[in-house]
Design a protein around this ligand. Structure first.
Ligand SMILES: CC/C=C\C/C=C\C/C=C\C/C=C\C/C=C\C/C=C/CCC(=O)SCCNC(=O)CCNC(=O)[C@H](O)C(C)(C)COP(=O)(O)OP(=O)(O)OC[C@H]1O[C@@H](n2cnc3c(N)ncnc32)[C@H](O)[C@@H]1OP(=O)(O)O
Ligand SMILES: CCCCCCCC/C=C\CCCCCCCC(=O)OC[C@@H](O)COP(=O)(O)O
Length: 455
């Protein structure tokens, strides 16, 4: 990509030179243009700069080439320094401190809205949507602005204008540690991040900041035990009937993240049911999907069948994002009107199994070609998540600055020790929270059941 781009830019530079702009000036202009274009098409600007200048050098060296080589080296050095800065622990501590401190403040504010629910439930909901945005958009800012991760969208041009304008059930594959974060990013780009919902495992409700935030967003929690979930999930879903703003309801129908062990067991279950084996997915659990469709039918317009993958077999992680690593997400979304989904439980289950077989086919196509079917129509990232982060960092970093300067000037060992203990407790807490997203720490759901059934 960088090579093709640099050929184009070089030809344009030669054209500029013929207009008497001088090779150096022409190259610098084109390099800037090439860099901007490179950013857009995913090649790093360092790659483009390097290929441009090295090609320039092979056109016959001269002092001008030496200057362009040094400008390239300066550009590379700047990029390298930025990357080095992003991997520094002090940056991570600042990011995590802002997230934790602002998140706990928002949780407190959410708690204060409890009396409002008695006066006006809809107003309380609208306030909580905005408060929740203050938290979840910080992780979106981390992905979009800190790591610069690209989020592309493959979808039908007729479908695109509907995104964010209607309630939808999103069926998304559960293969990556940051699929939730990519989900939030797409929510933010279509303006439904604050009101986004998910059928989440009960354990996540105990995670500080995010899990606590979800209570006030009326997120639907499940114990992944159908006999208990059947009624609680249905009741929670029915409460969303009068939700005041558009929302996307996320369902990871596999119920757990993909691991080779879980896949092996899941395919044994598929075989026992006479179902086709899936290569890239676990067998979907159909009851949660059926109960969701049944209870939201009439208030949700469609299912967004969403298939996510990352370019060049990238294995993204939250730690990678925190270190400023850039990933390339591709999401393929098909809009399926709810009336096309059978009401009968058995037919609905069969429909979902067929949907996952189609998703498996899309993943196979992606593995072969590096792209999903249809045109790319990627929504632009929005500044709001960055503005929100800057706002909260000003609010919570200033008191921290005063505290640290006071601690240092006081010289009190007790105060300094207390602060050090608090810092280490917070960093242990954040590491535990990040661990919630790591697949090598995932639950044994989908493994233990089979062993229980076999006993
Ligand atoms: C334009 C852009 C579009 C989209 C953008 C993308 C996304 C944006 C949208 C929203 C973003 C919002 C939020 C994002 C932020 C955070 C996301 C958070 C993520 C956390 C999510 C989770 O926590 S996932 C885990 C919890 N959720 C689920 O489990 C849902 C799926 N599960 C179900 O639905 C289940 O049915 C259940 C939980 C309701 C009940 O499960 P249970 O196991 O008790 O019963 P089941 O009947 O389901 O299971 C038994 C049946 O399953 C068969 N089976 C299959 N495999 C196995 C196996 N390995 N072991 C045992 N049994 C297995 C089994 O045979 C049984 O079959 P039956 O035929 O008897 O039913
Ligand atoms: C702005 C800087 C912020 C930096 C610090 C971030 C710290 C907080 C990070 C994450 C908090 C928890 C995120 C909750 C979402 C996790 C979603 C998820 O993937 O859950 C797994 C679940 O589906 C299935 O679990 P199993 O596969 O069965 O096990």
């Amino acid at each position: 990509m960088a090579k093709k781009l640099s050929d184009k830019v070089k030809a344009a530079a030669a054209a500029d030179e013929s207009k008497g702009r001088g090779l150096q000036g022409a190259l610098r202009t084109r390099l800037r243009a090439g860099t901007q274009q490179a950013d857009g098409c995913g090649s790093s600007c360092g790659e483009v700069a390097h290929s441009l200048v090295s090609e320039q050098l092979c056109l016959g060296g001269s002092s001008r080439q030496n200057n362009s080589w040094s400008s390239h080296k300066r550009l590379e050095r700047r990029m390298g320094l930025l990357q080095l800065l992003k991997s520094q622990l002090v940056c991570h501590l600042i990011l995590c401190y802002v997230f934790l401190a602002s998140g706990l403040i928002v949780n407190l504010l959410q708690l204060c809205t409890l009396p409002l629910w008695l006066v006006s439930k809809q107003l309380a909901r609208r306030v909580n949507i905005r408060l929740a945005y203050c938290i979840s958009s910080q992780l979106v800012a981390l992905l979009e602005w800190w790591s610069g991760t690209e989020c592309n969208l493959y979808t039908d041009p007729e479908t695109y204008p509907l995104f964010g304008k209607e309630n939808a059930i999103v069926v998304l594959n559960h293969n990556f540690e940051i699929d939730f974060l990519c989900g939030w990013t797409y929510c933010d780009r279509f303006g439904v991040l604050g009101s986004s919902k998910v059928l989440a495992k009960k354990e996540l409700s105990y995670v500080p900041v995010i899990g606590w935030m979800w209570y006030f967003l009326e997120i639907v929690f499940c114990k992944r035990k159908w006999e208990e979930d059947r009624s609680t999930v249905a009741q929670s879903l029915q409460r969303l009937w009068d939700y005041p703003e558009n929302y996307w309801f996320l369902l990871h129908c596999e119920g757990t993240r993909f691991t080779p062990k879980k896949h092996q067991i899941s395919m044994q279950v598929a075989e026992s049911k006479g179902l086709p084996k899936l290569k890239y997915h676990l067998l979907p659990r159909t009851k949660g999907f059926w109960v969701t469709v049944q209870n939201l039918r009439g208030t949700v317009a469609a299912v967004y069948d969403s298939t996510l993958n990352f370019r060049n077999k990238e294995t993204p992680s939250l730690r990678g994002i925190l270190n400023g690593k850039k990933y390339h997400a591709d999401l393929y979304v098909r809009r399926i009107p709810l009336e096309l989904i059978p009401e009968d439980e058995a037919e609905c289950a069969a429909w979902l199994h067929k949907l996952y077989q189609e998703k498996d086919g899309f993943q196979e196509q992606y593995a072969q070609t590096g792209r999903f079917p249809g045109p790319i129509r990627s929504p632009p990232r929005r500044l709001w998540s960055l503005i929100n982060w800057l706002f909260w960092s000003c609010i919570v970093l200033y008191p921290l600055f005063l505290l640290v300067t006071h601690l240092i000037s006081s010289g009190s060992m007790l105060a300094i020790t207390t602060a050090a203990v608090l810092c280490s407790a917070a960093s242990v807490g954040v590491r535990w929270m990040i661990g919630q997203t790591e697949i090598d720490k995932s639950s044994n759901y989908g493994i233990k059941e089979v062993s229980l059934n076999n006993n």
